[in-house]
Write a protein that binds this ligand. Structure first.
Ligand SMILES: [Zn+2]
Length: 345
């Protein structure tokens, strides 16, 4: 009997270790950055991040991927990572599909977002059949390329990941998809008291979207910035809307960076983390551009004169090292000027 138990234990440990091996090939990577915090990143071209924080009042999740399927897998991994399943809050950085269409998986928690969130979410989910169709077309193009060409190994990996990402998206939308808006909304700021930590939320939109918020976890020195501050694959996206609120945006950034709060790490909703220095670098870009655009308008300078005499500063050309082209960087800067120029000072 003892021998049988021993064999069974051995077999079980082999199965368990092969399961662990299998997890390393999961399409979600897990990065435990502290006792309280883990970051879950989807292996795809856009590398979406979900952050989970365990607190005395329960687990707080930030963002929910683009599909209930992906969000479901993240939820399983969070439970496994923290060995608990008391989800207290899901906070959405904004309403875009790649961060909020997996919300339904966390509907046992309170869902927190900006007051503009629900209307924007419902608008963007009005034509799910059309979204599924267009994604199937995109996916087919990639399947054709994979089958009919002879891509090098990097391209092949990209295509395989892309197809798998789109498939999770399409399958998640095809079965029981339910747009799930916040149950708690706020206008300007909100503080969530979790006993051991307090999470502070700041509205910064309209910027990338109408519903952008920043999420501060001071006890961990973390700031989550959604789709606004990224520099790999994307440019920082603080000026995508027709109507921006630059003064409020700067006000929040200045409040966060004036020394009252500890921010060590900035976690964007996609790709790699930033540090405080980089956040300051881009706060300065926005502050300088806003000031100089308004000064130029007062002086009667035309926008084309302004564009010609205000190229992007040297220190922002580090973007080239991250794979952005010279032309792309110039266009990015020009678009920011045009977006700021349209606003009332
Ligand atoms: Zn995004």
């Amino acid at each position: 009997m003892k021998l049988l138990t021993g064999i069974l234990t051995l077999l079980f440990s082999i199965i368990a270790s092969s399961t662990t091996l299998g997890q390393s090939e999961d399409y979600i990577t897990v990065n435990r950055i502290s006792d309280r915090v883990a970051v879950f990143t989807e292996k795809s071209s856009i590398n979406n991040n979900v952050i989970a924080i365990q607190t005395q009042k329960g687990i707080v999740v930030i963002d929910a991927m683009c599909s209930p399927i992906t969000a479901g897998r993240v939820r399983e991994l969070i439970v496994q990572e923290f060995n608990r399943s008391d989800f207290a809050y899901l906070i959405n950085t904004h309403h875009d599909f790649d961060h909020a269409w997996g919300n339904q998986v966390f509907s046992d928690a309170e869902i927190v977002g900006h007051t503009s969130f629900e209307e924007a979410l419902l608008k963007s989910t009005r034509d799910i059949d059309g979204t599924i169709e267009s994604n199937k077309k995109h996916r087919q193009k990639h399947i054709d390329e994979l089958e009919n060409s002879n891509p090098d190994s990097a391209r092949k990996k990209y295509l395989q990941e892309y197809i798998a990402f789109r498939t999770r998206f399409i399958d998640g939308l095809s079965k029981d998809f339910k747009p799930t808006p916040p149950t708690i909304t706020f206008e300007d700021t909100l503080t969530l008291d979790l006993e051991d930590i307090r999470i502070k939320l700041f509205y910064v939109g309209p910027a990338h979207s109408v519903s952008d918020i920043f999420i501060l976890v001071e006890e961990e020195g973390l700031l989550m910035t959604g789709d606004i501050f990224m520099d790999r694959l994307f440019y920082p996206m603080f000026a995508l809307k027709d109507t921006l609120n630059v003064p409020n945006f700067l006000n929040v950034l200045n409040t966060l960076l004036d020394g009252k709060y500890t921010i060590k790490t900035v976690i964007p909703a996609h790709k790699e983390f930033w540090d405080r220095k980089k956040l300051i670098l881009w706060r300065d870009y926005i502050a300088n551009l806003w000031e100089s655009v308004n000064k130029a308008k007062q002086q009667g300078i035309t926008i084309s004169e302004f564009i010609d005499s205000n190229p992007i500063k040297e220190k922002y050309l580090y973007l080239k090292e991250l794979g952005h082209s010279d032309k792309g960087i110039q266009n990015f800067h020009k678009k920011n000027i045009k977006a700021f120029w349209k606003q009332r000072s």
